[in-house]
Design a protein around this ligand. Structure first.
Ligand code: DAT
Ligand code: MG
Length: 167
């Protein structure tokens, strides 16, 4: 069954120049990249992305981490991978959440670490299931940024919306 999954290359992955390595590993899946961009992560986006962990003791550090506050620049690379069993394939390549427990051959096993203050710097995010993928993809991307039709859309006319354009 074709599925979509959100992939994030987290700030540690970008800081360590791992983008190429990670994309090469993900290309083993033969899945299709249907959206990609570099995102400056706002506090609101970070908190919405990880809202299900808001009661965990590590939540505030997790927010700082995904916003890039530990790695000097507020950016992550966001992609949507699409194809047969995309979630299972990408999660298998990513490895276990705890990078010390992840198989050495997985992305997290090879490149992740736990900092002395206990932050799991595990390099990559992969949606855990289809419901999470839909929620996350809609959070990180607008419909026109994705080259396939994943979810139903509608057209609206937005009035008096402040947008930034080239000067
Ligand atoms: P995953 O990223 O494998 O889907 P998750 O959704 O349970 O795992 O957690 C999201 C992120 O939160 C995870 O990538 C790293 C961090 N995290 C999870 N459990 C943690 C823990 N016990 N200590 C520190 N960070 C943790
Ligand atoms: Mg998760």
């Amino acid at each position: 069954m074709n599925q979509a999954t959100l992939i994030l290359i987290k700030p540690d992955g970008l800081k360590k120049s791992l983008t190429g390595n990670i994309l090469t590993r993900l290309s083993e899946t033969k899945l299709e990249i249907v959206a990609a961009k570099i995102v400056r992560v706002s506090d609101e986006l970070a908190r919405k992305h990880y809202y299900h962990l808001k009661d965990k003791p590590f939540f505030e550090d997790l927010i700082k981490y995904i916003k890039g506050e530990f790695h000097g620049r507020r950016k992550v690379m966001a992609l949507v991978y699409w194809g047969e069993s995309a979630i299972e394939k990408c999660r298998a390549l990513a490895g276990a959440t705890n990078p010390e427990e992840a198989e050495a051959t997985t992305i997290r096993g090879a490149y992740g670490r736990i900092t002395t203050s206990g932050v799991y710097e595990n390099v990559i995010h992969v949606s855990a299931n289809e419901a999470e993928a839909e929620r996350e993809i809609k959070l990180w991307f607008q419909p026109d940024e994705i080259i396939v039709d994943l979810y139903p859309t509608k057209e609206i006319i937005e009035k008096e919306k402040k947008v930034r354009v080239w000067a």
